[in-house]
Each structure stands twice: as structure tokens, then as C-alpha cells.
Design a protein around this ligand. Sequence first.
Ligand SMILES: N[C@@H](CCC(=O)N[C@@H](CS)C(=O)NCC(=O)O)C(=O)O
Length: 212
Amino acid sequence: MTRYTLHGMWPSGPTYKVGLMLRLTSTPHDYEHVDLRSGAHKADAFLAKNRYGQVPVLEDHEQDICLSQSSVILDYLADETGRFGGKDRADGLRAREWQFWGAGPLATGIYRTRAVRLGFFKFPPDVEAANLQSALGALKELDGLMAGRSWLVGSGATIADIDIYGIVSYAGQAQIDLQAFGNVRKWMARVEDLSGFKGPQDCLPQASVKAA
Ligand SMILES: N[C@@H](CCC(=O)N[C@@H](CS)C(=O)NCC(=O)O)C(=O)O
């Protein structure tokens, strides 16, 4: 049996983060498509895996553990694969700082603006404007903090980069122009150069797939 199963849905940004981590670490896994449209994520069988009724979920059959929350899953996979966890505990904690930061206005702003543009959600116009402002404010902050740096933490890619990339990479679908954020664009190109990289459109299958 394949050790891991990723439960997710292909348009989901948080699922993409985990799919990207699995690809960058060449970790074999089964992929289970969860049909959010039919409410599969609120059925008892799925709630037994994730009390919050959300994707992604990573199931580790060897350790008999089911994890939710994309940032926690990345942290777990960094430990299990020995990749992208940073060189020491301080790096690991810095990476976690970035992950918590990313879950704030950056994720809210970009994911929600994207969801509106793609017709998944509707918000009142003032809420839409506030979401966009959140995204732009966080991108500006990220751009400033990336000045003179190649990676978010230390001198190599970590789960912080994978996590934050898994949010910023949806800016295009959110119709947010990254032109003004040159440091962010250069950093994104570095992530895209990592061996095994796949973009959001190519990373996740549209149906369940067993590991090769
Ligand atoms: N903080 C969670 C967010 C997960 C999330 O929002 N998942 C969405 C799909 S992108 C979902 O399952 N939505 C269905 C629902 O909340 O009912 C993570 O990072 O994993």
C-alpha cells in the first residue's frame, strides 16, 4: 500500500500547497478527489478524517494519522521526508512564522478575490474591495521583506516558500497584477525552478489517481 493519500480538489489553493510539496519531495502518494460540489467533505466518512470538513487532508497509512490544515501538513512532510524544513530549529520556527503570516491577509485577500473572479463566491462590493486591499497590502509587505533575499528563510527553499507560493501563485486568477512587486516575481521564478515543480494547473489531477 502507498504510504500517503492526499484528499483534495484540484482548484483548491491549500490542496495545491500539499500537492506541490509531495512533488518537490518526489513522495509517492495516492490522490483522492473530494467532490465539494456534492458535499462529500461534510459526509461522516470525510468528517472522520477532518473534523473541519475541508480539503486538503493528508492520510499517512503507516503512522495511522490524518492531518488537515495545509501548513501543518507541510510541516509534517518536512519532518517525514527530511526536506524543506530548514537547516536547524530556528529556521523551522522562522518558516512557521511565515506560514502563520501567510494565513492572514495574504491568503484571505488573494484566495477570496480569486474565488470572486472565478464566480465561486459573491461578496458585497465593499468586502470585495477590502479583500483586494488585504492582498495588495500583504504583497507589498512581502516584496519589501524579500529585498536582498533569495528565499524566505535562510539560504535555501523551505516549506515557507512552498506555502506562500501556494497562495501568491493564484494572484493571476485573482486578476492581481504582480508587476509592481519585482522581488516577489523574482522569488516566484526561483520556486518555479525547483526540481519537480508543477504549477497550480498541472499539479493536481481532476479525478482520483493511485500512485504509479
Ligand atoms: N486553512 C485551511 C483552509 C482549507 C480550505 O479553505 N479548504 C477549502 C477548499 S480551498 C474547503 O475545503 N472548503 C469547504 C468548506 O469550508 O466547507 C488549510 O490551509 O488547509
